[in-house]
Design a binder for this molecule. Sequence first.
Ligand code: AMP
Length: 221
Amino acid sequence: MSARNVILLGGPGAGKGTQAGLIVADYGLPHISTGEMLRAAVAKGTAMGREAQRSMESGSLVPDEVVIGVVRDRLAEPDAAAGFLLDGFPRTVPQAEALDAMLSETGRAVTHVVAIEVPAEELVQRIAGRRSCPVCGRIYNVTFDPPRSAGLCDVDGAELVQRADDNEETVRNRIRVYEEQTAPLLGYYEARGVLERAFGGGKRPDEVYAQVKRILADRPA
Ligand code: AMP
């Protein structure tokens, strides 16, 4: 097996989306972001979107069975057979167990788990300044990684937007949810020998990415 089946772990605002953009451009892996898929379902007003919306607005997790179903369908698509990058999934131990089970059905396994570590106070500051391009998805930070012209995407000039759940109250809940429900995955993957840590605190995206590349170069399964 030569595929890289990669998971990005990290609190809200740790830089998963930014690192995911860099990884998929370099390694040609499909970017599977459950948050993006759920936001698209909310925007379209599908039944799943309506079910997910309330949890997302409060910063809680969408039920495991909903996201597991979404990921199962996505991983069955042909482009995921040669490797994939999961961003924002799994977020609970039952999700991780379901992922292991669905991959093993097709002779696959998780090869790299990259945990991006950032102190909680920095996460709050980063999220307050986070903006993204609604056209190409590129993520900026008004303080740490601003666009060349204020409020406009460097790539396509579109007006940058702020996510509905990027407000301070929701962020604190999302950080608590991360610590309670998602952080146990560090031990889960450490025990399976696939966990690697990248230090994101006070670091620019390119500095974090240099660590990520070293991790992905190691053990190319
Ligand atoms: P994200 O874009 O990854 O920060 O996800 C935004 C929101 O979508 C989260 O705060 C959750 O409400 C929901 N969400 C995304 N991925 C998952 C997941 N794996 N499990 C449960 N809820 C999720």
